[in-house]
Ligand binder design. Structure first.
Ligand SMILES: C[S@@+](CC[C@H](N)C(=O)[O-])C[C@H]1O[C@@H](n2cnc3c(N)ncnc32)[C@H](O)[C@@H]1O
Length: 270
């Protein structure tokens, strides 16, 4: 390891569930297929919780695209690390660590997923955590930092990318389970830490959800298939309301609303 340093962070509630983070795997496979297939560094699942089901599932799913994938589950709670040991296998290991990742000499990191971790910290802790996580990232490496509901039917995450020496926030991704049904405003309860306390009535976040709801209602009057409703509403958010978003059909039909880094602002002047 790179020194016996103080672990950055603290143990928090460890709740998790099978398939809870499945959409993060789908998102990476669809939006970053080359990175998944040729990942030069580790995939770190930071804060996997009471049992390492999300790490196990990600190794299985993304391992189908990249058999050489190395997933490292990192937990700050020693009992959870000991409990995960029996799940270690080819391409999947577990270590005790914090935001300052417990890497061996020469190891690099290509992806960090930190889900339902920062939500239990103060907003002030976010910047330090991201700086530490970004340090070992390979060029072009990604951090998915987000929140979900208990079963993973609603996911939101900030997508950060290492560009040069800088970590840049490139998107906010909102991902519902289309077959389960959802209301756009339900996402307000699962926004990542940097946004959840800023959704005051009449503000830009509230305005976004009002626009999405209106676009979604309109789309529901025009189409029945949930994927079509989602995609139509998304395109209207861009074309009519001026929100920046990734309109690739492969993302829209799987229910990924990847909003630009300027969210919740729009492209509209004034
Ligand atoms: C609610 S669980 C999330 C489990 C899983 N990621 C999920 O979304 O289903 C949060 C876990 O993060 C761990 N944790 C909190 N801060 C951490 C840190 N700085 N480094 C590593 N693990 C951390 C906690 O110990 C806890 O087990």
């Amino acid at each position: 390891m790179t020194g016996s340093r103080r672990l950055l962070g603290q143990a928090t509630r460890g709740k998790t569930a099978p398939n809870r983070l499945r959409k993060t795997d789908t998102f990476l496979a669809v939006a970053y297929p080359e990175l998944v297939r040729h990942m030069p560094g580790l995939y770190v699942d930071l804060g996997y919780g009471f049992f390492p089901i999300t790490s196990v599932e990600t190794r299985l799913r993304l391992g189908r695209l990249n058999p050489a994938l190395q997933v490292l589950g990192v937990e700050i709670d020693p009992e959870r690390v000991a409990g995960a040991a029996p799940f270690a296998s080819e391409g999947l290991s577990f270590r005790l660590g914090g935001f300052n990742l417990p890497l061996l000499a020469g190891e690099q990191v290509s992806v960090v997923r930190a889900f339902n971790v920062l939500r239990q910290y103060t907003e002030a802790a976010v910047a330090e955590a991201l700086t530490a996580l970004a340090a070992p990232l390979t060029p072009g490496g990604l951090i998915l930092e987000g929140t979900s509901d208990p079963l993973g039917r609603l996911l939101t995450f900030n997508l950060y990318q290492k560009q040069g020496a800088e970590l840049t926030r490139t998107a906010l991704v909102l991902a519902p389970s289309l077959h389960a049904g959802f209301l756009p405003r339900q996402f307000q309860a699962v926004l990542p830490k940097n946004f959840i306390h800023h959704a005051e009535p009449g503000g830009p976040i509230d305005g976004f959800f009002g626009a999405w709801h209106a676009a979604w209602q309109r789309a529901r009057a025009e189409a029945a298939d949930p994927r079509q409703v989602f995609a139509r509403a998304a395109r209207r958010l861009a074309e009519h309301y001026g929100y920046t978003l990734d309109q690739r059909p492969a993302l829209l039909r799987r229910g990924f609303l990847a909003l630009g880094a300027n969210w919740p602002e729009t492209q509209r002047p004034g």
